[in-house]
Design a protein around this ligand. Structure first.
Ligand SMILES: Cc1ncc(COP(=O)(O)O)c(C=O)c1O
Length: 363
């Protein structure tokens, strides 16, 4: 029986027989072909796959790192964990703390989030899993500074991606991709916020693929309004519809640049319009629900293809980092919301008319 990423890949992770494994059987997420997106790139013979990380237990890739961070915190005897979050980290930390409590450990979870910028689905997850949620007048970067200071001053384990076990756990997605494809893809397209995930994937590919020339080029994409790595300076007031990557001073900035440079990849930005266009394509043509920030990977692929940065006959994996159900507000705004607001009489003729069925009567 599949029992989560730690047991599956323990030889690559800092765990031993004494480590209490706090798992919700995360990982093992689908890698699905995306033929429509491949066609849209216009690149001959291109194979595109989507790594559906939104199908992790709390709906995002964060669970891979959180199973490690929380297991190691419990191993060390921690009684409290804390994180700053744009939403998904808080949902994940809260869930793994709940799981630890269910297994008999004492573990409180505190989360600090930017008020007004966390999708309702994510906030509600952190709350129902029993975290103490603190909203601040400030952005993610300010929240991260606060949790760093709090964990330095009080006995609280920090579980943001500056915790090395988070990055270690997130490497497992790269292992899964290689296992599934039988080799590494040529390109890995991924959204970049705090830059922990791109760092983790690159470390994972380096662990798993000994031949350096067989590793993928890492293509990271920031939102144009929150693109410090692309612009080369901190963004004080980052803005984007992809709230998960609304980050102006990424903690793993240097590591992301190393992943880009060592893999001969790139870190570019996509506009909110490009992200939302990709978001609509992923939903309406591939049938998967992702959140807006996740669509940066596909938007980035389409942009890179247009600029001639994707070779024919190659294989691309786009990481869909979070589940679309977390942010129903954006989904409503991006769809035919007006028609869904009309309420019809429960009458077959009225409904057939509304569906314009008169021209397709059965013979
Ligand atoms: C859905 C989603 N996508 C992408 C990211 C960016 O990941 P990272 O901060 O590791 O770059 C996040 C981070 O919160 C996220 O929640």
């Amino acid at each position: 029986m599949y029992q989560g990423t730690i047991l599956k890949y323990s030889q690559y992770l800092s765990v031993n027989n004494q480590t209490p494994i706090i798992s919700i059987h995360e990982g093992n997420t689908p890698l699905v072909p995306a033929p429509h997106i491949a066609k849209l790139t216009g690149v001959p013979g291109l194979k595109v796959f989507l790594k559906i990380e939104g199908l992790n237990p709390t709906g995002s890739f964060k669970d891979r790192g959180m199973t490690m961070a929380v297991s190691k915190a419990v191993e060390k005897g921690a009684k409290r964990i804390i994180c700053a979050s744009t939403g998904n980290t808080s949902a994940s930390a809260a869930a793994y703390a709940a799981r630890a409590r269910g297994l008999g450990y004492e573990l409180d979870c505190y989360v600090i989030i930017p008020a007004g910028y966390v999708a309702l689905g994510k906030l509600s997850q952190a709350m129902i899993y029993g975290a103490k949620v603190i909203q601040i007048e400030g952005n993610f970067d300010e929240a991260l500074n606060i949790v760093k200071d709090l964990s330095a001053k009080y006995p609280i384990e920090l579980v943001n991606s500056i915790n090395p076990y988070r990055i270690e756990g997130q490497k497992t997605s790269a292992y899964e991709i290689c296992d599934e494809l039988g080799e590494a893809p040529n390109y890995l397209c991924i959204p970049v916020g705090n830059a922990g995930n791109i760092t983790a994937y690159w470390a994972g590919f380096k662990d798993y693929v000994s031949n350096a020339s067989a590793r993928p080029k890492m293509y990271g994409f920031q939102a144009a309004g929150a693109a410090p790595i692309v612009k080369g300076h901190v963004i004080d007031k980052p803005e984007t519809v992809g709230t998960a990557i609304r980050i102006g001073n990424p903690a793993s900035w240097k590591q992301a640049e190393a992943a880009r440079d060592e893999s001969a990849g790139l870190i570019d930005s996509v506009t909110d319009e490009e992200m939302l266009e990709a978001y609509r394509i992923i939903h309406s043509s591939e049938g998967y629900a992702c959140e807006p920030a996740s669509a940066a990977s596909v938007a980035g692929l389409l942009k890179a293809a247009k600029q001639g940065q994707i070779m024919p006959e190659s294989t691309v994996v786009c990481v869909l980092t979070g589940n679309g159900l977390k942010d129903p507000k954006v989904a409503m705004e991006q769809s035919d919301f007006k028609s869904a607001e009309i309420v019809y009489k429960a009458d077959i003729n009225e409904i057939a008319k509304a569906l314009s069925l008169s021209s397709v009567l059965k013979a």
